[in-house]
Unconditional design. Structure first.
Length: 398
């Protein structure tokens, strides 16, 4: 089965905690590593049954172990990084949306894991002892940098955070060393093969994405919004025509008072006193707005905004629902795309896209020639999904 839609670069250059160390990975904390491997290989009876049927082409149940060319990865390792995000989404998304999101995240994580293992196996096959030592030192340096920049130089704080995720410092060290090995391999073997884009190719990319480079004109708005229904007697839910007429009269008087106050009082203070709008407490400041970016009831206000110069204030604008006064805080004339300005960014993007394709092609080639069990990866994916939070923030049973 070929990998598709691999997010390999994010995998290669991010720190991925919790990877199982293969036998040829340089281990420096032998006791901790042995203990971790011992723990990983202990499983429940049901896990052993699932694993035993991993190579049965007719079986369809979940398999909690993924074996890639003899290297084992366990289902409960796959979602360690995105677990907190999944837990948050399980609490905030509707159940059907969360289930689809969870499936996408799990499938992507499985693909990434396969890519990571295959690339690491390929790149570590001929490492000398001197190279292994150098990689270990680089991993030590990276952990030291992480501790200094994120944890105030206190390693124990880092270790405590890892413990909450069921990980150890050795897991992180192993993961970093793997990333260094893979990154080194890609730099030496694939990066030199990326062709330099021609000017015509860059120009074609530019023309195909003009809207991305174009910055349309825009204006920043402050708004006083006096709503007619806010002027009805308190508790009125079904106003009579007479009540609506009276409320409109009161609203008009209020907006006129606001207009008169603007002669001596800053716009923000007047908005706080008179406006019923969304941003009244912030002085009526909306920031950058466009006509197609607001609800229909605000369209007349935004249309007026785009007729004003910076710091100009509109006349009273009357609609069926409200009376508005608009101030233009700032105008941005926008900018048309300039090929010369974005040429360097285009070149970088072209290089990155070509580099990604080479990595994906390499992973597909490695996977085509790999021995991966279970052959039906959906079975491993089912086991991974069992380790994800359930809708409603329910955490899976241990």
């Amino acid at each position: 089965m070929k990998c598709s839609h691999l997010t390999v670069l994010s995998l290669v250059f991010a720190i991925i905690c919790g990877c199982t160390a293969p036998s040829d990975t340089p281990e420096r904390r032998t006791g901790a590593a042995a203990s971790r491997q011992d723990h990983s290989r202990r499983g429940s009876a049901s896990e052993a049954v699932r694993a035993a049927s991993a190579d049965d082409p007719d079986a369809t149940g979940p398999v909690s172990r993924l074996v890639i060319n003899g290297e084992t990865t366990y289902a409960d390792q796959i979602l360690r990084n995105p677990y907190d995000d999944l837990l948050e989404k399980s609490r905030t998304l509707p159940p059907d949306q969360y289930s689809q999101y969870r499936l996408r995240v799990a499938a992507s994580a499985v693909r990434d894991k396969i890519a990571e293992v295959l690339l690491h196996q390929k790149s570590s096959a001929r490492l000398s002892s001197e190279e292994q030592t150098a990689i270990g030192k680089m991993a030590d340096d990276e952990i030291r940098r992480m501790v200094n920049t994120r944890y105030g130089g206190v390693q124990r704080r880092f270790e405590k955070e890892l413990e909450t995720k069921g990980q150890t410092l050795d897991d992180v060290w192993t993961s970093i060393s793997r990333q260094i090995v893979v990154g080194r391999y890609l730099e030496m073997n694939l990066k030199p093969k990326v062709p330099e884009p021609t000017r015509d190719e860059l120009l074609a990319m530019f023309n195909a994405n003009l809207d991305e480079w174009r910055r349309p004109a825009r204006s920043s708005m402050s708004l006083i919004d006096v709503r007619v229904r806010r002027c009805l007697p308190e508790g009125t839910t079904h106003p009579t025509p007479e009540q609506l007429v009276a409320a409109r009269t009161i609203a008009r008087e209020r907006i006129e008072q606001a207009r008169d106050s603007l002669r001596e009082t800053p716009f923000s203070d007047v908005a706080r006193e008179f406006s019923d709008g969304l941003h009244a407490d912030e002085g009526g400041v909306w920031g950058w707005v466009t006509i197609d970016g607001v609800r229909e009831r605000f369209t007349p206000a935004v249309e007026a905004l785009y007729t004003l110069k910076a710091q100009q204030v509109s006349d009273i604008i009357e609609t069926d629902e409200s009376f508005f006064i608009v101030r233009c805080d700032e105008n941005d004339p926008g900018a048309e795309p300039d090929f010369q300005v974005v040429q360097t960014e285009l070149r970088n993007r072209s290089f990155q896209e070509a580099y990604n394709r080479l990595i994906e092609e390499k992973v597909v080639d490695l996977q085509d020639r790999a021995d991966i069990q279970p052959a039906n990866l959906d079975r491993f994916l089912l086991a991974v999904l069992q380790t994800a939070p359930l809708p409603g923030g329910i955490e899976p049973s241990p």
